[in-house]
Design a protein around this ligand. Structure first.
Ligand code: TEU
Length: 564
């Protein structure tokens, strides 16, 4: 396995990145057009969301044919050109493998429904109980996780949309089919894979009602998941030393993530977990309005950073992806302190222990969509929940307010390349409206002397220059501070302090106190010690640093002291 410690990965949500043929949808040829922009940023790899044939009920996460490119994204030749053009620029391509489920349009599922026993066992069919489904499990997109298969009295399991049928990983033939898929794409020259909700692939033999929840405790990090991942690795990417793999882990635990990602386990290079992105859920419910809980965010970062480090695990570092609202709107300020907070968030996450992911548009601070009407949304989950909240009696205005904060479409609006009508994304009508945020675009950001883009570029450069960033230990300080996220990273004599203000008011950071608590001395640091900052100067008065709104910086000193 290749070391991923000094890598940075850029996520492309293909449908919203760049439309090369004027149909309102982003495509593979559009990505090729923007390779120089991505090269300039300095990321190592591009992870493309699924580009395979799909009815697009869940924008490609419902795959109907793993071997062909969906015509709306282009052709196989377009992908081959992208792989080779990216390679010329030192960029690797990672593909997204959706192996927990297929589309109900997949040939396997069609055969299964037609009664073909071989293919029926590729999926999870069970008889219902009188008028009830086999268990009371709830789909992650709302409603029952079971759908009746025609008139048969049997149901199939779908943890996501009813058009996304869960695969039966207990079937060896099915597993081999999936290995063939991975090997096919390895031959095409991709450098790695992201595996969609891969910790949900192992279901128990006997499926039972969940009397205390929605069923997830039975299939999350399920009984044979580690065995399955080891076998997958052995038969596919594990045979190649330089492949990068990341598993998306839903509702997982540190203990399991250590096993998924510790190189000795020979499973994956790293994992995504989402605990830190639930700090604005009221009692665990996403579809609520709540200020984010900063102290909880700090606690989760601390638990995961130290827990993974202790046992040799490796994690992906991110605030954004295509399922999340935009971080600058969620944890920062997308108006008065747009630039400051976008840069603060970047620094706060990139300098932790793990591999950073940049989600398209994040590099110039793209904010939430700010849609006003349900007709503007396209996401299956958002539309399902609009109906569910309505049926529960929530008022229309409140539902729209919840969606404005929580909808996945916030992260999916097309790239704002420039300020023109089609924003440099398309020459026609975009498939999803643009975010309503005048003045924000890649072009405008790059034209400014203090661009967010350059801040990200600098963070990537620093990771490559400083081992303390790519390979240092992690220690959180000032745990009780309710404004600042502060942590130390140490590698040999190299010591780095990262301080980030998550609020728009001023506060202070005391270097003396840090010295007495940790024995690491940053008191002599000068402007030269600043690796990166989102203000022009360091407001240091004696041993106290005055911290301004959303200010964030990293200080570096050489210090022989062995602590941390
Ligand atoms: O996401 C899995 C997942 O857990 C999220 O969909 C999550 O349930 C949701 O965002 C909560 O609000 C992956 C993909 O990233 C997502 O786009 C797909 O819809 C999903 O799997 C099904 O393939």
């Amino acid at each position: 396995m290749q070391s991923v410690k000094d890598k940075v990965i850029y996520q492309v949500y293909v449908k919203s990145f760049m439309d090369s043929n004027g149909d309102g949808k982003g495509d593979i040829a559009g990505i090729t057009m923007k390779l120089d922009y991505l090269k300039r940023l300095g990321a190592d790899c591009l992870w493309l969301t699924p580009v395979f044939v799909s009815p697009m009920n869940d924008n490609g996460y419902d795959v109907a044919d793993y071997y062909s490119i969906d015509p709306s994204f282009g052709t196989m030749e377009d992908l081959e050109v992208l792989i080779s053009e990216a390679k010329k620029r030192g960029l690797g391509i990672m593909l997204d493998m959706v192996f927990n489920h297929t589309s109900t349009d997949h040939e396997w599922f069609r055969k299964a429904i037609a009664g073909d026993k071989k293919y029926k066992d590729y999926y999870i069919f069970r008889r219902g109980r009188e008028a009830l489904p086999p268990t009371n499990w709830i789909s992650k997109f709302g409603g029952s996780a079971w759908e009746m298969a025609g008139e048969s009295g049997e149901y199939y399991l779908h943890l996501f949309d009813r058009t996304q049928a869960d695969l039966n990983w207990e079937n060896e033939d099915l597993r081999k089919e999936l290995y063939d898929v991975v090997n096919f794409w390895i031959k095409k020259g991709v450098v790695g894979f992201r595996f969609d909700v891969v910790n949900l692939i192992s279901k128990p033999d006997v499926l039972e009602d969940d009397l205390n929840g929605d069923g997830r405790r039975f299939y999350t990090d399920g009984p044979r998941v580690h065995e399955h991942l080891k076998e997958l690795a052995r038969n596919t990417f594990g045979k190649h030393h330089d492949m990068i793999t990341v598993g998306e882990m839903s509702s997982t635990s540190i203990e399991n993530c250590v096993r998924y990602s510790n190189p000795l386990e020979e499973e994956l290079s790293m994992v995504f977990n989402f605990h830190h992105l639930k700090v604005d859920y009221e009692a665990g419910d996403k579809w609520t309005l709540k200020e984010f809980d900063f102290m909880e965010l700090k606690k989760i970062f601390n638990d995961w950073q130290t827990g993974m480090e202790k046992e040799g695990g490796w994690m992906a570092l991110f605030y954004n992806n295509h399922d999340q609202p935009r971080s600058v709107s969620r944890f920062g300020s997308d108006s008065k302190y747009h630039k400051e907070s976008a840069k603060m968030l970047a620094t706060s996450i990139h300098l932790m222990r793990g591999t950073p992911y940049i989600y398209q548009g994040e590099e110039f601070g793209m904010p939430n969509a700010y849609f006003d009407d349900i007709s503007e949304y396209r996401d299956v989950e958002s539309i399902n929940y609009y109906d569910i909240l309505k049926s529960k009696g929530m008022a229309e205005a409140e539902i729209l307010e919840v969606l404005r904060e929580k909808s996945r479409d916030n992260g999916r609006t097309p790239m704002l390349w420039d300020d023109s009508d089609g924003h440099g994304f398309t020459t026609s009508v975009p498939w999803l409206p643009f975010a309503k945020v005048p003045g924000i675009s890649a072009e405008a950001d790059l034209a400014s002397s203090d661009s967010i883009f350059n801040h990200y570029r600098k963070l990537i450069e620093l990771r490559k220059q400083y081992e303390v960033i790519s390979d240092g230990t992690f220690m959180m300080t000032d745990m009780e501070n309710s404004h600042l996220l502060c942590y130390l990273r140490c590698k040999g004599t190299g010591k780095m302090l990262v301080v980030s203000n998550f609020y728009d008011d001023e506060t202070e950071f005391d270097l003396d106190k840090l010295f007495y608590e940790t024995s690491i001395d940053f008191r002599k640091c000068t402007f030269e010690s600043v690796l990166i900052s989102n203000y022009y100067d360091l407001a240091k008065v004696g041993e106290i640093i005055r911290i301004r709104p959303y200010e964030s910086f990293a200080l570096y000193v050489e210090d022989k002291h062995p602590s941390c």
